[in-house]
Design a binder for this molecule. Structure first.
Ligand SMILES: Nc1ncnc2c1ncn2[C@@H]1O[C@H](COP(=O)(O)OP(=O)(O)O)[C@@H](O)[C@H]1O
Ligand SMILES: [Mg+2]
Length: 224
């Protein structure tokens, strides 16, 4: 479903090129829960963003469901991203001026109709945020913010969730809760790629990919 061939990403800087991804070859099947694990700076965010249709690699091919992402027009790529991919970030990236409902509805991309609002409210309730619907992010705990962000990521029924250190700012209870929601999405057939330098998420993974210095170090199948 997701296929990377010889993907290289170099960042140009005034001090010369920084090679963030070094010839990545990777196939991810529909419905897999992949954890990408490695220390800070190993290329996790760069790898996720190339798969996210947000960051063009310097060379190589990224294909999602047979769509060669960086051969598409900018508009087609944006449409593909909006229709297929949901995101969860370490820093939540909620809009501070919007309440929980409106942050979730941001994913709809237009002025939400009644049906969409009802769907947002239902998701919010399912994520244990009932009663918080009209609170702004500053009035929420870190766990509540991340549950809001996860609800937003799921709003469009994406096929793929990309999560970049989604539990990096959460305590153990909220980590378990957010990983539980992601795991439910996976059990419903969704594909997840989650980047982390921690270990908690690994127990949910079908496959753990270890990234070191921009290269895949090894792939370890989960013990039965
Ligand atoms: N915009 C950028 N410009 C220059 N170097 C960058 C940029 N973004 C990331 N890097 C470098 O690329 C490497 C990989 O970064 P990143 O993908 O953010 O790793 P991780 O998410 O695993 O911490 C690091 O050496 C980082 O310093
Ligand atoms: Mg990162």
């Amino acid at each position: 479903m997701i296929c990377l061939e010889n993907v290289v990403k170099k960042y140009r800087t005034r001090r010369g090129d920084v090679k963030a991804l070094n010839d990545i070859n990777l196939r991810i099947e529909k419905g897999e829960f992949i954890v990408i694990c490695g220390p800070s700076g190993c290329g996790k965010t760069t790898l996720l963003m190339t798969i996210a249709a947000m960051l063009r690699p310097t060379s190589g091919i990224v294909a999602v469901e047979h769509n060669n992402l960086y051969a598409m027009s900018v508009q087609a790529r944006a449409k593909f991203r909006a229709e297929n991919i949901g995101f969860v970030f370490q820093m939540f990236h909620l809009v501070p001026y919007l309440n929980v409902v409106d942050n979730v509805l941001l994913a709809s991309g237009t002025v939400a109709n009644k049906g969409e609002k009802a769907k947002a409210l239902e998701l919010i309730e399912r994520f244990g945020l009932a009663g918080r619907d009209y609170h702004k992010p500053a009035e929420l705990s870190a766990g509540e913010k991340q549950r809001t962000a996860t609800a937003r990521a799921l709003f469009n029924n994406p096929k793929i969730i990309l999560a970049d250190e989604p539990t990096g700012n959460l305590d153990d209870d909220n980590t378990t809760s957010v990983l539980g929601y992601l795991s439910e999405f996976h059990k419903g057939g969704g594909t997840i790629i989650l980047a982390t330098h921690g270990v908690q998420a690994q127990q949910y993974a079908d496959r753990v990919i270890h990234l070191r210095g921009g290269s895949i170090a090894n792939k370890i199948a989960k013990e039965p």
